[in-house]
Design a protein around this ligand. Structure first.
Ligand code: BG6
Length: 489
């Protein structure tokens, strides 16, 4: 296939995301020949930078991600900078002039990707101006890539969506959920649907529960201003965690097209049991970290972090039990947990199979170990299948054995980063691994009912120590169902 050509207009070009993820990803695509010479990037932000300052910034960002960056000068020469005031039409008119000029210079055929990687309060304003000031008036494709957060709740998400829909159609909107770019998240459907071994067992007759953990060791870092208005439920559950649930629970799609996959995911979200009012504490628990130790080093509690209110009620941890009320999943809990300042940086899915009907074999210490399928999403990538086998020797004693597959031992070398894949997908016009509005709407409506209850009821925080796996209540959530969290550290 032909290498796609496009202009990238990047809003928030001086920001952290651009520096950490977007420039290195574009560079990798360039280096691998997935981005032709026919591309140009216009960076915009408030600062009065020149092209030269911007190009040096881009080079620094690439060099901090890659030691040997061949053709970096050539790469950087495709970058242009234009200081910008997001509310001022004149500013957009200048952008349009530059865009048209570069379109000619690089023969971009009018293809434009507008990437919003900045404060969400301006998403709508920018999208309005892109249309009213003529930037979307181009003969090629036009696509809007929009970072999170997509709204603060269903109502604000709807308002934002209505606003951007005035300038872009649903099929032109690429809502980023970077978890959907992770290699092993994309692998969930392949593991499920490309193996005769799993799909027949993938239901309430054979699976007892599924556990999804995404734990972080970092605290809020410099993002407290945003995080204080968000919390773990909005920051991680509304998007990443529910997306993983949807991929684990969906029916096999009839084909691998964007629409078929997305509509199967939407059906899962529609089948999610609503948790509201006094049921919330039965299904969801929250936590906030206090002081503790990470890697042997003392760290402050959340309430002591910069820009956090000393009596903050923001949750930095969530654990929940989700029920999917359909034929396949009735009765199977999906447990999720995510939090900051936990004992490990780890994203893993554990599928626990039901016990066999009768056990003839014994094990000196305890009962037979249940079969588990563990999908390792990060930091290591792979799958492990936990089985029982006979222990060598005289007796029919069992011992657990593990079959493991590691996706790539050299993490980060062979596996492209999530952003690299997603940007490439967007260039190709493939929106499968971006969230459709229907998914966003359903997940907000699920999450809103929980946050409404939490907002009206303070609890005693902090309730877990930094460097642990979360509050006791998260263990109790499973214990009352007769389960426990399989360790992921
Ligand atoms: C982001 C959240 O979406 O995901 C952050 O806003 C979180 O708070 C991050 O740290 C986690 O991503 P990853 O890829 O490190 O698991």
């Amino acid at each position: 296939t032909e290498t796609p050509k496009s202009l990238f207009m990047l809003f928030g070009a001086t920001g952290d995301l651009a520096k950490r993820k977007l420039f290195p990803s574009l560079y990798n695509l360039y280096r691998k020949g997935k981005l032709s010479e026919r591309f140009a990037v216009i960076g915009t932000a408030r600062r009065g930078w020149t092209d030269e300052v911007f190009r040096n910034h881009v080079k620094d960002s690439v060099l901090s991600a890659n030691k040997h960056a061949e053709r970096i000068e050539e790469f950087a020469s495709h970058f242009y900078y234009q200081p910008h005031d997001v509310t001022d039409s004149d500013s957009y008119i200048q952008l349009k002039q530059l865009a048209d000029e570069l379109d000619g210079k690089y023969q971009l055929e009018g293809n434009r990707i507008f990437y919003l990687a900045m404060a969400p309060e301006y998403f709508g304003t920018i999208s309005d101006h892109l249309k009213s000031d003529g930037l979307t008036d181009t003969k090629g494709f036009k696509r809007l890539v929009i970072e999170k957060p997509f709204g603060h709740n269903l109502e604000t998400a709807k308002a934002l969506n209505n606003q951007i829909r005035k300038s872009f159609s649903e099929s032109q909107i690429y809502r980023i959920d970077h978890y959907l770019g992770k290699a092993m998240v994309q692998n969930i459907e392949v593991i499920r649907f490309a193996n005769a071994l799993f799909e027949p067992l993938w239901n309430n007759r054979y699976i007892s529960n599924i556990q999804i953990t995404s734990s972080e060791m970092l605290g809020v870092e410099e993002r407290a201003r945003y995080y204080e208005t968000s919390g773990a439920l909005r920051d991680m559950v509304q998007n990443h965690m529910l997306q993983m649930v949807a991929l684990l629970a969906m029916e096999p799609p009839i084909s691998l097209t964007t629409n078929e996959i997305r509509s199967e995911k939407v059906r899962v979200l529609r089948a999610l049991r609503t948790i509201e009012g006094e049921d919330v504490p039965e299904y969801f628990v929250r936590g906030q970290y206090g002081p503790g130790k990470i890697n042997g080093k003392k760290v402050p509690g959340y309430r002591e972090e910069l820009n956090v209110a000393p009596d903050s009620n923001t949750e930095t941890y969530v654990a929940g039990k989700l029920m999917i009320d359909n034929f396949r999943w009735a009765g199977v809990p999906f447990y999720i947990r995510t939090g900051k300042r936990m004992a490990a940086k780890s994203t893993k899915i554990v599928v626990q199979f039901k016990d066999i009907p009768m056990n003839l074999y014994y094990n000196t210490n305890h009962d037979l170990h249940p079969n588990l399928l563990v999908i390792h999403i990060q930091p290591e990538e792979g799958i492990t299948l936990h089985l029982n086998a006979k222990k060598p020797g005289q007796h029919m004693e069992t011992t657990p054995v593990q079959l493991s597959f590691a996706n790539s031992s050299k993490n980060g070398i062979n596996t492209p980063e999530a952003y690299e894949k997603l940007i490439h997908d967007c260039l190709l016009g493939d929106a499968t691994n971006f969230t459709h509005w229907d998914e966003v709407a359903l997940s907000w409506s699920f999450v809103d009912k929980i946050s409404q209850v939490w907002e009206n009821k303070a609890i005693s925080f902090p309730n877990y120590e930094a460097g642990t796996m979360g509050p006791k209540s998260a263990d109790e959530l499973l214990e009352k169902d007769g389960f426990f969290w399989w360790p992921v550290e």
